[in-house]
Ligand binder design. Structure first.
Ligand SMILES: Cc1cc2nc3c(=O)[nH]c(=O)nc-3n(C[C@H](O)[C@H](O)[C@H](O)COP(=O)(O)O)c2cc1C
Length: 187
């Protein structure tokens, strides 16, 4: 028997429920979306990131990064981004349009750092050289700077629109969701 089709409000609820589940679940396919930005040279850039926080009420997602990474300069110059999530289990793709804000210091960053500074991930934010620096110039990059300043930055993404695509043998479905509007689209 076919599973019943979810309604608009059920799909909206499920999207955010799955995004929230993906944060603590290392095996969730939506834990590692692709973040696309506009490169400073005008060419698109895309890379895998880890989803660290999803707030359904505020429609906000968080990602952590090194403040010296090229994507931070890109976001500060052009804060409109796209995030792409695909789940084979759900047969759902999300293309999320969002506005990014980079937070480099302050209580929010301090709270995140307090949590991860003793974890294995701390080294990701302590390297002596910036991510992407050529290796000849960064021979001691892996040494890090124990006790030194970290370079953790928080990327906050205010979600404006989600393009939801469901693949199904019985017929694909697609819709655009904003906080107030639902538009069915040709898949
Ligand atoms: C599975 C996976 C997860 C990743 N998670 C992050 C992340 O959460 N934050 C991040 O800055 N880079 C992450 N990266 C590395 C980025 O994909 C990218 O290589 C790096 O951030 C440099 O990107 P940029 O040069 O565009 O700034 C991850 C890579 C992989 C393969």
């Amino acid at each position: 028997m076919d599973t019943p089709l979810l309604s608009e409000s059920e799909i909206r609820h499920r999207i955010w429920q799955e995004l929230q589940r993906a944060v603590p679940d290392r095996h969730h396919e939506w834990r590692t979306p692709v973040l696309a930005t506009l490169g400073v040279d005008g060419a698109p850039q895309a890379r895998t990131v880890v989803l660290r926080h999803a707030d359904a009420g505020q429609a906000v997602l968080h990602i952590y990064t090194d403040s010296r990474s090229p994507k931070v300069a890109e976001l500060e110059a052009a804060p409109q981004v796209s995030l792409v999530f695909w789940s084979k289990r759900l047969s759902w793709q999300l293309r999320v349009r969002a506005q990014a804000t980079v937070v480099r210091s302050g209580p929010e960053v301090d709270a995140v750092w307090a949590r991860i500074s003793t974890s294995a991930a701390a080294g990701d934010y302590l390297s002596a050289q910036a991510p992407g620096a050529a290796l000849e110039a960064a021979a001691d990059a892996r040494a890090g700077s124990p006790g030194g300043a970290h370079h953790l930055a928080l990327i906050k993404l205010q979600v404006h629109e989600i393009d939801w695509l469901e693949l199904a043998r019985s017929g694909h479905r697609r819709a655009s969701l904003t906080r107030t509007k639902w538009t069915w689209r040709v898949p």
